[in-house]
Every structure is written in structure tokens, then in C-alpha cells.
Design a protein around this ligand. Sequence first.
Ligand SMILES: *[C@@H]1O[C@H](CO)[C@@H](O)[C@H](O)[C@H]1NC(C)=O
Ligand SMILES: *[C@@H]1O[C@H](CO)[C@@H](O)[C@H](O)[C@H]1NC(C)=O
Ligand SMILES: *[C@@H]1O[C@H](CO)[C@@H](O)[C@H](O)[C@H]1NC(C)=O
Ligand SMILES: *[C@@H]1O[C@H](CO)[C@@H](O)[C@H](O)[C@H]1NC(C)=O
Ligand SMILES: *[C@H]1O[C@H](CO)[C@@H](O)[C@H](O)[C@H]1NC(C)=O
Ligand SMILES: CC(=O)N[C@H]1CO[C@H](CO)[C@@H](O)[C@@H]1O
Length: 359
Amino acid sequence: MAERWVPSLSFFLVMVVLHSADASIPAMFILGDSTADVGTNSLLPFSFIRADFPYNGIDFPSSKPTGRFSNGFNTVDFLANLTGFQISPPPFLSLLNSQSSMNKQFLKGVSFASGGSGLLNTTGQFLGVIPLGKQIQQFATVQSNLTAAIGSDETEKLLSKSLFLISTGGNDILGHFPFNGGLTKEEFIKNLSDAYDNHLKNLFELGARKFAIVGVPPIGCCPLSRLADINDHCHKEMNEYARDFQTTLSALLQKLSSEYGGMKYSLGNAYEMTMNVIDDPPAFNLKDVKSACCGGGRLNASLPCLKPFATVCSNRDDYLFWDLVHPTQHVSKLAAQTLYSGPPRLVSPINFSQLVENN
Ligand SMILES: *[C@@H]1O[C@H](CO)[C@@H](O)[C@H](O)[C@H]1NC(C)=O
Ligand SMILES: *[C@@H]1O[C@H](CO)[C@@H](O)[C@H](O)[C@H]1NC(C)=O
Ligand SMILES: *[C@@H]1O[C@H](CO)[C@@H](O)[C@H](O)[C@H]1NC(C)=O
Ligand SMILES: *[C@@H]1O[C@H](CO)[C@@H](O)[C@H](O)[C@H]1NC(C)=O
Ligand SMILES: *[C@H]1O[C@H](CO)[C@@H](O)[C@H](O)[C@H]1NC(C)=O
Ligand SMILES: CC(=O)N[C@H]1CO[C@H](CO)[C@@H](O)[C@@H]1O
């Protein structure tokens, strides 16, 4: 029974790959932290970083918390939608319970993103989350399952055309404060850059070619970081780390793409994009760029966005921040539009849409 079933499934999978070969991107693979998580952490029994409770998801279809750190969709959902998918691919951990065969969803993409994680294994290590290195090991499983199902040539072709979207680094920097582990800023940023270098090489070796990368936003300006200042000002030093990391990451990607034939990338400057919003809220139709819509206490950042303890604002599209760290759905949509079709000042050397269409 099983022996007859397996070959016919493989045949079906090959047909699916061939059928979608005319789409510019057959699949999206998502890695990173809570800016990209679509429910991974909800499936981790011991994770402390989660969003599977209201008021999260209040603006999601049927007002359900989905594990997204948002009132609705996140930036990856909007990017996936612009690329031609409905929403973000589902979490890897939700695709494992299909009995003997590989999950067909692997052909369309998988999300490995885990809230609270970072580039370094040590970031979030006591929070029960999945660091980027382990996310890449999970992708290696997907790659080997694909190879077993459709063969190595088809897998190579599929992965080389797929988009690998990575949004990470913010938690590494957040976790570096206030104790800096005795490292200078330069040493720490070098650590992050070396880690990124290593992760990208591992993904390249597994077949990834198209990298859509989102840099670190000005995390010193999120409500949580502003709490540390009596005047609610941004945490300057944290922002400096984020900005310097953007510069270092840009140089790293340039170097890697010259060394690795066939590697293409697009780097979004989340720092600049978010600063533009903070510096001129009315230009983006925003009224509040300092405090959270959902939470409680000073800046609504002293409490998590947890019903019934938190309050939730009704004019959510007026806010930059949904909770003490994460953007609202409205701002996530703006971010996705900029990453997808913005100018070189904000996303370079090409924007995501150019990366998608580039073959
Ligand atoms: C993008 O999202 C909209 C709204 O949910 C949906 O109607 C549309 O079908 C999506 N696009 C694709 C290509 O799935
Ligand atoms: C997927 O790959 C993993 C690791 O190689 C393996 O343990 C598992 O059995 C594979 N699953 C399928 C359905 O091939
Ligand atoms: C991080 O963890 C992975 C296993 O998940 C391991 O292979 C790797 O060597 C570790 N990296 C460092 C720098 O410790
Ligand atoms: C907190 O959110 C409530 C709405 O839920 C709002 O009325 C209030 O102004 C906010 N507080 C601060 C300090 O931003
Ligand atoms: C990036 O995106 C659009 C397509 O969505 C493209 O036409 C445009 O040239 C790019 N924008 C810039 C400013 O490079
Ligand atoms: C994980 C890692 O790369 N740690 C390094 C960070 O930088 C310091 C100082 O340069 C090194 O000693 C660590 O090994």
C-alpha cells in the first residue's frame, strides 16, 4: 500500500513544481524573530515569548490571536501577499504532523521565525525560543525531505528561485543592554556580523540564492526602551548599535554576493524607514509614535497586551506601536510596501520586487 502510494505522491509533487515554474517565486522561506513569527512560538510549550492571546489578532479575520505579535497581519504577511501568495507560509512546527509523507506545503514555503530569537545562540536561550542556527537546521530537514520527494535537481531548482526572507538582529542588540558582556560596540557588532556570515553561508550551501533581508529597526525608540528614559526619549546608544549594524550588514552582503556566484540579495533599511515615521508622523497619517496601543501604565508599555489586564486603543491605525515592542498592522503594511517597491535609500541595492523578478 505505502509503496504504491509514495511514488504516485512524488509524481504529483513533481507536477506541482512544474506547474508553478512560471510563477517568478515558487516558495518563500521565512526566518527570524517576532517581526516575522506567524505562530511558531505558540507551538513551543515552554516559550515565554508568545502572542497567542487577545488582544493580539483583534483585527485579524475573525479577530483571532494567531501567534502574530500584531493586532492583525505582520510585515511578512503583506510581503508574501505582494509577492503573489495569500499570506505568510505557516510555521514549520505546524507542518510536522502529516503521517508518512512530506507536507505539500513545503513546496510553497515554510516559516521558521521564532519570537525572541536572534543571530546568536545565546539570545533568548532561557526563553524557550528557536535561535536562527536551529531554524536553519529545521530548513535543512525541509530540504532533505524535498530531495527525497522530488529529487535533488528539482529541489535545487525550486530553492534557487525561492525567496529567503530574514528579519532578525533586534533581540541580540536588545539583550546586549544594559550589561554588555565586557565587549566594545565594535566587538559585539563583529560578533553579530560573523554570526550572520555563517548563517548565510549555511543557507547558501543548502540551496538558497535569493535573500530578502530586513535590518534592525531603531529598537531604542520602541515604548519598552523609552521607559528607561524619564523624558520618554529614545535609547540613543541602542539606536547607534542598530544603525552601525545596518552598515556592517550592508558591507557583509556586498562581500558575500561577490564571493558566491548566483547569490542575489536585497537589504531593507528598517532603521531609516522607521525613523522617517518617527520624525514626521503626519506624513504617514499617524498620531502616536511613542506609546503602545495595547498595554498599560506609562507609554502603555508597563504591561503586556494581555486581556483583561491591558487596555486597547480603538484608533489602531493612528499608532506606530501595537504593543511595547511591535508595530501595528497598519505600519507593517507601510513597511512591506516600502521594502517591496521602495527607493535605494531605503532598500538596496535593489528592492524586494526586483529581487522577486530577477532570475
Ligand atoms: C492578498 O490579500 C488579499 C486580502 O486578504 C486577498 O484578497 C488576496 O487574494 C491576496 N493576494 C493573493 C495573491 O493571494
Ligand atoms: C524529513 O527529514 C528528516 C531529517 O532528515 C527525517 O528524519 C524525516 O523522516 C523526513 N521525513 C520525510 C517524510 O521524509
Ligand atoms: C549554535 O548552535 C548550533 C546548534 O543549534 C551549533 O551547531 C553551533 O555551533 C552553535 N554556534 C555557536 C557559535 O556556538
Ligand atoms: C494607553 O492606551 C489607552 C487606550 O487603550 C489610551 O487611552 C491611553 O492614552 C494610552 N496611554 C498612554 C500613556 O499612551
Ligand atoms: C522598486 O520597485 C518597483 C517595482 O515594484 C520598480 O519599478 C522600481 O524601479 C524600484 N524602485 C526604485 C526607486 O528603485
Ligand atoms: C559568539 C562569538 O562570536 N563570540 C565572540 C565575540 O567577540 C569576542 C571578542 O572579539 C570573542 O572573544 C568571542 O568569541
